[in-house]
Design a protein around this ligand. Structure first.
Ligand SMILES: [Zn+2]
Length: 383
């Protein structure tokens, strides 16, 4: 396992257990070193600036000017070369197969129909056995578009389940248990959850229950509300965010780590991520385009194949083509977060944001209203 980052941190993309990709932007050093007492700021990862995790998420530099140093996860066991998380258990996507009670989540196996109980204790037991650097509490997740008493019930239950996960955790010196903030889109409920969960001495916090179909305006306000109340010296992991614009804006709002299926899923639809958006390589316009997906990209796909080749491959050996696009899209995310991290370390993050938005939207002032407002809330203007 690896410590999760020092200033000059890393950025990473990773496939979680559920096929997600996690990227990280952290880098300020809150000197979180309670487990092994290593000085913050020296470790980082030995290889790529954008580190690929086998199945996880991580932390990089924080854009927050008041937190010039990087949050640091404690050191993790030496047996794996990369940081990783377990992926946790994302029960919201299984909701049609499952029933949530105080005991846990009871669900039917999609394979043989057998009923299984996943309790907070069992969830931690499995993740302890997996040995990942980061393990996630079992939470009671409701879709962000759900309203009413169920949101409150799920939030309070997630707090109770956090306590059960903490009690069940057998390897706190080796594995970092993250709490997951819930509360839907209700500022009062989310604040209550933040107040309660931050009383617990867990090594990191995830912001959960967002990116589920709510408006971007609601989304960023809930992110900002959360980061404002999370401890400054511990990593903040925003779950389910993967669009490049969202990553950049949420780093500005104070998030360090992300994970999302987006880069890999969109690759499987034939979409290649580029600084100006994406290329739909199946389109005829790429039939005779012999440039790489992105001339600036150092990934194996861009070093080896042209858009025309990938276009032809998409129309013949589709699986191989999707593999090449997946490699590129992961590399894109890594390079993006690496650039974000470098700009924070070099204290030019606002300029980076303006340049990024200018490239993505043609002009920084053309970036979406919600993003402009979110950035303005932390003093970054695009004009
Ligand atoms: Zn590439």
């Amino acid at each position: 396992m690896q410590p999760l980052q020092g200033p000059g941190g890393r950025a990473a993309a990773a496939a979680r257990a559920g096929g997600h990709s996690g990227v990280h932007a952290s880098g300020h050093a809150g000197h979180h070193e309670r487990h092994h007492g290593r000085a913050a700021g020296c470790a980082g990862l030995p290889h790529l600036p954008g580190q690929h995790l086998p199945s996880g998420s991580e932390a990089g530099p924080r854009a927050d000017p008041e937190s010039p140093r990087s949050p640091r996860l404690h050191e993790l066991a030496p047996q794996s070369a990369d940081g990783e998380d377990s992926g946790g258990f994302q029960m919201v996507s299984l909701v049609s197969l499952s029933e949530v009670t105080e005991e846990g989540v009871r669900f039917r196996s999609p394979y043989d129909g057998e009923e299984t109980l996943l309790s907070p204790e069992r969830s931690v037991e499995i993740q302890n056995a997996l040995g990942s650097d980061i393990i996630m509490q079992l939470d009671d997740v409701v879709s962000s578009t759900v309203t009413g008493p169920r949101v409150e019930e799920a939030m309070f239950r997630s707090i109770r389940w956090l306590d059960r996960c903490i009690a069940a955790h057998r390897r706190p010196d080796q594995q970092n248990l993250f709490a997951i903030i819930q509360g839907g889109l209700d500022a009062h409920l989310r604040t209550t959850c933040l107040e309660e969960m931050t009383k617990r001495d867990v090594p990191g916090f995830a912001i959960g229950g967002l990116s589920g179909g709510e408006s971007k305006n609601q989304f960023w306000r809930m992110v900002a509300l959360s980061t404002a109340r999370l401890p400054r010296d511990k990593p903040r992991y925003l779950m389910g965010v993967g669009y490049a614009t969202d990553l950049v804006v949420c780093v500005a709002l104070g998030c360090d780590m992300f994970d999302c299926v987006f880069p890999t899923r969109t690759a499987r639809f034939g979409s290649a991520l580029v600084p100006t958006g994406n290329l739909q390589l199946k389109k005829k316009q790429y039939e005779k385009d012999f440039r790489p997906i992105d001339p600036e990209c150092a990934c194996p796909t861009c070093q080896t194949h042209s858009r025309a080749f990938l276009h032809a491959l998409l129309h013949s050996d589709n699986t191989a083509a999707l593999h090449h696009l997946t490699v590129h899209n992961i590399a894109y995310q890594l390079q993006l977060m690496s650039a974000v991290r470098a700009s924070i370390v070099e204290k030019r993050f606002p300029d980076f944001v303006r340049q990024f938005m200018g490239t993505m939207y043609g002009d920084p002032t053309l970036c979406p209203t919600w993003a402009t407002e979110a950035l303005a809330s932390v003093g970054i203007t695009l004009a």
